[in-house]
Design a protein around this ligand. Structure first.
Ligand code: UDP
Ligand code: MG
Length: 319
């Protein structure tokens, strides 16, 4: 197999106008620097002429490879399929809409090869996007920083560079392309860096993500922070809350019963029936919820036990 310096993975959906310009720009930069490279264009179920355009481009440019999905599976799926076939030492991902500049590639390459970063994420410090997108994005980035402990300003930048090992060891699924640095860190790649990159307004076509991106992004953040911590030991999560809830309920209940016994024993004038106090219902609810959480924990443990990749540990080196 021929050795390659750089693999560039481009997920795309209906980007027929941008593709020729994008590929010729990439190859201009690559030839100037003398890199051996490949461009992997992953057509994520386009309904325009994107795939025809890719085939035409490929006739003239041997470095171009293409993957065409039967239907639209999403950006994460496209990245995943690209990552499976990459051969270069450094893997670059970029959007197809010419918002990311191929001129950034040499610097990104250098940061990975010389500064020994596992992953370098682009930072669109000055963005050319509508305000409806830039403001929520700020909130989203702050939340992700807090949750993951990774100090990046721009998690979801399409322009990123990776060591090949990184992309071969992470799994990008669902819509998790927004959290690749988080997934990488969780797998064990800690050298995560950032580089300010140029950003441009979309040249052709329209954005492929609607407003739903914010809700989905938020829910994905919740699930990724949950899964990264408790995937292999769900009982630690459910069990903790289950025990807490159970103890609280049990404590309330014990108090109510002791209180009742004490009052009748001392023959105090005010007798309080256990079932007539609001605390009783709280106690019952807490006990039931505690039991439910325990059950959920057990079921989750059984599921975790049955997943085929439960002992899937990423090995760094063997001698
Ligand atoms: N994209 C994709 N599949 C999808 C949606 C988007 O491959 O289902 C590609 C799209 O063609 C582009 C990149 O992902 O190359 C980023 O999408 P877009 O530019 O629409 O997002 P935005 O820049 O608005 O965040
Ligand atoms: Mg874009």
């Amino acid at each position: 197999m021929q050795h390659l310096d750089i693999s560039i993975v481009v997920p795309l959906l209906n980007e027929e106008e941008s593709l020729p310009e994008l590929v010729s720009w990439i190859s201009k930069v690559m030839t100037e620097k003398g890199y051996l490279y490949e461009v992997i264009l992953v057509d994520d179920g386009s309904t325009d002429r994107s795939w025809e355009v890719i085939k035409e481009i490929q006739k003239e440019n041997l470095y171009v490879k293409g993957i065409s999905f039967l239907r639209n599976y999403g950006k994460s799926a496209a990245l995943h399929s690209g990552f499976q076939v990459v051969q270069g030492d450094v893997v670059i991902t970029m959007d197809a809409d010419l918002q990311d500049s191929p001129d950034e590639i040499p610097d990104l390459y250098r940061m990975i090869m010389e500064e020994n970063y596992d992953l370098v994420s682009g930072w669109k410090k000055k963005r050319y996007d509508p305000i409806t997108k830039t403001v929520p994005t700020k909130i989203f980035n702050a939340a992700t920083r807090k949750m993951s402990g990774i100090e990046l300003h721009d998690f979801n930048c399409g322009l990123k560079a990776y060591k090949r090992d990184v992309v071969k060891n992470i799994e990008v699924y669902g819509e998790m392309h927004r959290y690749i640095p988080v997934i990488a860190k969780w797998v064990g790649f800690k050298n995560i860096g950032e580089k300010v990159v140029q950003h441009r307004a979309r040249q052709y076509g329209v954005t492929k993500f609607g407003l739903s991106r914010f809700m989905n992004g938020f829910l994905d953040l919740l699930s990724i922070s949950f899964v990264s911590r408790f995937k292999k030991k769900p009982m630690h999560f459910f069990g903790t809350f289950g025990v807490l809830s159970f103890i609280v309920g049990f404590g309330f209940m014990a108090y109510l019963i002791l209180d009742k016994m004490y009052r009748s024993y001392m023959m105090l004038p005010i007798q309080r029936e256990v079932v007539e106090q609001p605390l009783f219902f709280l106690a019952i609810t807490a006990i039931i919820i505690g039991t439910q959480l325990f059950l959920a924990g057990f079921l989750a443990e059984l599921i975790a036990l049955n997943t085929p990749n439960r002992n899937d540990y990423k090995v760094k080196d063997r001698i």
